[in-house]
Design a protein around this ligand. Structure first.
Ligand code: ZN
Length: 175
């Protein structure tokens, strides 16, 4: 059984640190289970280890439709260890993002539409994948957490921030 972990909130210094590479994959197996469980109960579509106070290069991509992201594609939660962005396309697209560590607001965040990533899977295989659109966005958001960045750092303007309440009213209700 996985534990639900408490989530570091903006202002916690762990969110501003560069996370450490993982050398021993066995040692992080329980953490992977707990991260997947925590993202699920929080209606998150991704989570990064620093968000639960573990400053390691590990993120989970767990896209699925939730009340926070109604149009997300469904996929198995995937743990990505020591992930890297190998290449990206030129096209940049904007969409709304929220963050479990920054509750109550959403931002209109520019990201690469397509990226090529490499990571080690939890069964210790090197994987290379092309990600596009919403899943590429999740990856870039979570990867930023490993670098001590949050989505606020990527905004072009503070005017691109709205409250969760306005997001629900203006965006979700009209989609
Ligand atoms: Zn986040």
């Amino acid at each position: 059984m996985s534990k639900t972990l408490s989530i570091a909130q903006l202002g916690d210094r762990v969110l501003r640190q560069q996370a450490r590479p993982i050398e021993n994959i066995e040692s992080v197996q329980p953490l992977i289970d707990d991260l997947i469980g925590t993202a699920a109960v929080s209606n998150g579509v991704g989570i990064a280890a620093p968000q639960v106070g573990e400053s390691y290069r590990l993120l989970i991509v767990a896209s699925r439709p939730t009340i926070r992201y109604l149009n997300a594609p469904k996929m198995e939660p995937t743990a990505m260890i020591n992930p890297q962005i190998i290449a990206h396309g030129d096209e940049i697209v904007k969409d709304w993002e929220g963050c479990l560590s920054i509750p109550g607001i959403r931002g209109w965040v520019p990201r690469y539409r397509a990226i090529e990533v490499e990571y080690t899977s939890r069964d210790d295989r090197v994987q290379r994948l092309e990600l596009t659109d919403f899943v590429a966005r999740i990856f870039q958001h979570e990867y930023d957490h490993l670098e001590g960045l949050v989505f606020l750092d990527r905004l072009e303007s503070t005017r691109d921030i709205i409250t969760e309440q306005e997001y629900q009213k203006q965006i979700v209700d009209t989609r």
